[in-house]
Design a protein around this ligand. Structure first.
Ligand code: SAH
Length: 231
């Protein structure tokens, strides 16, 4: 893991957004079954309140999804942690972190910022320009330099940067778009919610490097839909 940059002083927060609030959230996630200490440490250090509107700051460290405008949400911290942990598990015993990670659905930028601490390079795609602009400003303020973002339909992936060691979708479709699958390294891992708006499952696909992918179901989740085209 990179030594994650501690939040700049002005982003540290106080009261409901203080370090104590982040410590409590980390403890809640551990209590809810998140085991990877790297994931817990990143969430403990990353100011989630920086990724949401000021009016919701008092709820930033609750284990809940919150609205970010444009009908979208910042994912629940437990889901961010679970997806990140499920991704990292795949690399255990090979190398300690993935090199290139693709995220579809930048949204607030929070999941991308978590990934940036645990991968060499992160690429993230968002179809709503206003959300992407805000997320970019947040990345800059946090000094994240190993993260690139793109305004596009994420169903197309990011072909110029493929293949990716890991791909994470943070919006749910009925299936995984084939162009995205094509961009996964044969030894890579994909973690994504799949299903209808009312019934979704978190799935993980792990490549064996020989062209086979093992599919696992990791449990029910609730994500906003993966839409087509740009917003
Ligand atoms: N990872 C985000 C979660 C945001 S919600 C976070 O940590 O805050 C999912 C996001 O996926 C929304 O911002 C939505 O606009 C985006 N999205 C949905 N379909 C998309 C697509 N086809 N391409 C890119 N982004 C998409």
């Amino acid at each position: 893991m990179h030594t994650y940059p501690l939040p700049p002083a002005e982003l540290k927060g106080e009261g409901m957004t203080s370090q104590r609030a982040r410590d409590r959230l980390a403890a809640v996630l551990q209590g809810a079954g998140i085991r990877d200490p790297r994931v817990i440490e990143v969430i403990r250090n990353l100011p989630r309140h920086h990724f949401i509107d000021q009016a919701l700051h008092s709820r930033a460290y609750e284990n809940d999804a919150l609205p970010i405008g444009h009908g979208q949400t910042i994912s629940q911290p437990w889901v961010v942690a679970r997806m990140t942990e499920a991704m990292l598990e795949h690399f255990e015993g090979r190398r300690d972190m993935p090199r290139k990670v693709l995220e579809i659905g930048t949204g607030s930028g929070y999941q991308a910022a978590v990934l940036a601490a645990l991968a060499a390079e992160v690429f993230t795609v968002e179809r709503i320009e206003a959300l992407l602009r805000q997320a970019r400003r947040r990345f800059r303020q946090l000094g994240l330099t190993n993260l690139r973002s793109r305004y596009d339909d994420g169903k197309l992936g990011w072909p110029d940067e493929a293949p990716f060691d890991a791909i994470i979708l943070t919006a749910a479709g009925d299936t995984i778009p084939s162009r995205i699958l094509d961009q996964l390294d044969p030894a890579g891992v994909l973690v994504a919610p799949v299903g209808s708006p009312s019934r979704q499952n978190l799935i993980r696909m792990r490549g064996d490097g020989q062209g086979d992918f093992a599919l696992e179901e990791l449990g029910p989740v609730s994500f906003v839909p993966l839409l087509g085209g740009i917003g």
